[in-house]
Ligand binder design. Structure first.
Ligand code: SAM
Ligand code: GLN
Length: 294
């Protein structure tokens, strides 16, 4: 790929880069070009427009060329920039963390809707996020729930380091703890809320995922075992022993997993709380269960 950027204005570089990404069949060429130029020049969208006539330095141009090459080779923009926005907050990423997905905002929304309906938004809730990755779900919840405290667990220590540093950057470190372990194995009762977006892709299906996911997200963030349900079996085996009476478990699910996960939850003594919640593409994405007092 030969893309001339040196000495060009920000505006011309943006147009050239967009055309190159488009020619390479990148799905969102304009947005990607803007994000990459923004990252190189440290300008936001308004800045890019305001300084449209400023010329790129040689260093900026060569770095941008490198980013463009990696993007065309299939690296997601979030990996190139090293961060991703989730729930309006910025999360740093590392090779050990999944890029948080817009789909997962459905889980956050479902959780907050339930808490709002129960009048629990201002309570000093105790929350656990199992398989926290970048910390996205837990930190989005703590951001909305001023008196809640939470613990994020992960099997990857490298992910936990990233999550902890995100908590610090977002000003939430005083209310967030992170701990290694097999989902909730290291946690103590009682918890008011357990949330999780566990790995749920069937092992045999991982090769069918888009290259952006398959080649750049960590496999242990994706791989749900032979039938995709391994993590749910573990989590559902742990949850009812940890939840306070009336406590809630909210799980993200993959396509066609709603019935299987509901069946596993019922067998674990948890009662479905409302119908599955769909994501923006209409796919059932979040399931809520309640631990009823016996
Ligand atoms: N919660 C993050 C999000 O929604 O962006 C990450 C979700 S990712 C799909 C699943 C996470 O579970 C990964 O961070 C992975 O390292 C972690 N994980 C996998 N197996 C685990 C286990 N046995 N115990 C704890 N965490 C695990
Ligand atoms: N949402 C991811 C995907 O389909 C999978 C993440 C997961 O296994 N929880 O690419």
């Amino acid at each position: 790929m030969d893309i001339a950027l040196a000495g060009q204005t920000i505006e011309t570089a943006r147009r050239n880069l967009t055309a190159h990404l488009q020619a390479a069949a990148i799905e969102t060429p304009e947005l990607d070009a803007r994000l990459m130029i923004g990252a190189m020049t440290r300008l936001d969208l308004t800045g890019i427009i305001r300084f449209a006539e400023r010329r790129l330095t040689t260093l900026e141009a060569s770095r941008l060329k490198d980013l463009a090459r990696r993007r065309i080779d299939g690296e997601p923009v979030a990996r190139l920039l090293g961060h991703k926005e989730f729930w309006g907050l910025e999360f740093q990423l590392s090779p050990a963390t999944l890029v948080p997905r817009p789909d997962t905002e459905t889980l956050v929304e479902t959780t907050l809707d339930i808490l709002r309906a129960d009048g629990d938004m201002m309570r000093a809730l105790r929350i656990a996020d199992l398989g926290t990755g970048s910390g996205a779900i837990l930190l989005a919840l703590l951001h909305e729930l001023p008196h809640a405290i939470g613990i994020g667990t992960d099997i990857s220590f490298a992910a936990l380091q990233t999550a902890r540093s995100n908590a610090a950057r977002l000003g939430l470190i005083a209310r967030a703890t992170f701990s290694g372990g097999n989902f909730a194995a290291a946690l103590a009762a009682p918890l008011d809320l357990i949330v999780s977006n566990p790995p749920y892709i069937r092992s045999a299906d991982i090769h069918t995922l888009s290259a952006e996911v398959r080649d750049h997200d960590p496999h242990r963030a994706l791989d749900g075992g032979d039938d995709g349900l391994d993590a749910y079996r573990v989590i559902l085996g742990q949850a009812s022993g940890l939840l306070a009476p009336g406590g809630t478990l909210i799980l993200e699910i993959g396509q066609h997993q709603s019935n299987d996960v509901t069946r596993l939850a019922l067998a674990a003594g948890l009662a479905p709380q409302g119908p599955p919640r769909a994501d923006l593409s209409g796919v059932p994405r979040a399931l809520a269960f309640r631990h009823l007092p016996r």
